[in-house]
Every structure is written in structure tokens, then in C-alpha cells.
Design a protein around this ligand. Structure first.
Ligand SMILES: [Zn+2]
Length: 130
């Protein structure tokens, strides 16, 4: 059975499909360009912590307590194990930037998947017409 036919309507449908496909491909390239511009990425998260030491009579054990810190700490799962790392203020800034990049990258990839699925659907339909 011939699905596409040869009428004007079918040619119009084809032009529209080609336009939509071109739009999706343009959008996909834009997303890929944004992806290429993302700097370093990192998994995990940065937290700001206050701690108490083991020294008796230290201000961190006073009433009210004056804990040490704030300290920055990076926590991530590496090969299934939770890894923590004490960070300086400067390191914390860098990690926060990399973690934000990581989130942005995942968002972009999600969008690329959505656009690719729509474009792919059109391509599959096109291929079925031939
Ligand atoms: Zn202390």
C-alpha cells in the first residue's frame, strides 16, 4: 500500500515535515554548541560545615558552643563509595562552579534527547514513505 500518495496534500505534508526536521536539527546543533562551551564538571555536592574538636575546654564545647568553621566539604560517590574532601574557600568556589556546570550539562543532554526523539520520529516516518 502506498502511504504517501502523489497529491498536492502529500507534497505539502512532506515540505512541512522537512521544515520541522530542519528546525529540530537546528535546535539540536544549538544545544550541542552550548554543551561544547561548558567548562569542567564535577559530581557530588559542596556543603558548609561547623565542627567540634576533641580538646576539652575548647570554645567549641563552651556554653553556648562556638564551633569551628565554617569549613567547606565536597562529598561525592566515587565507584560506589562516598568520598569527602575538606576544601579551602577557593576550592569550594571552583567545585561549586563545576557542580553547576555538571547540572547544566545534564539539563542540556535531557533537552537534546527530547529534540532527538522528535527528529528521529520524523526521520523514521520519512523512511517509511520511501
Ligand atoms: Zn574546639
Amino acid at each position: 500500500m502506498l502511504v504517501g500518495g502523489h497529491g498536492r496534500e502529500s507534497r505539502l505534508a512532506r515540505a512541512t515535515t522537512a521544515d520541522r526536521l530542519a528546525d529540530y536539527e537546528r535546535r539540536y546543533r544549538q544545544l550541542a554548541e552550548q554543551l561544547a562551551e561548558i567548562g569542567l564538571i564535577s559530581s557530588g555536592s559542596v556543603t558548609r560545615r561547623f565542627t567540634r574538636c576533641g580538646t576539652a575546654g575548647c570554645r567549641c564545647h563552651a556554653e553556648p558552643p562556638q564551633p569551628h568553621g565554617p569549613y567547606y566539604q565536597w562529598t561525592a560517590k566515587v565507584n560506589g563509595k562516598t568520598v569527602t574532601r575538606r576544601l579551602t574557600d577557593g576550592e569550594a568556589k571552583l567545585y561549586q562552579e563545576w557542580i553547576a556546570n555538571d547540572r547544566r550539562m545534564r539539563r542540556l543532554i535531557t533537552q537534546m534527547r527530547q529534540v532527538a526523539a522528535k527528529a528521529g520520529e520524523l526521520k523514521i516516518r520519512e523512511a517509511a514513505r520511501q
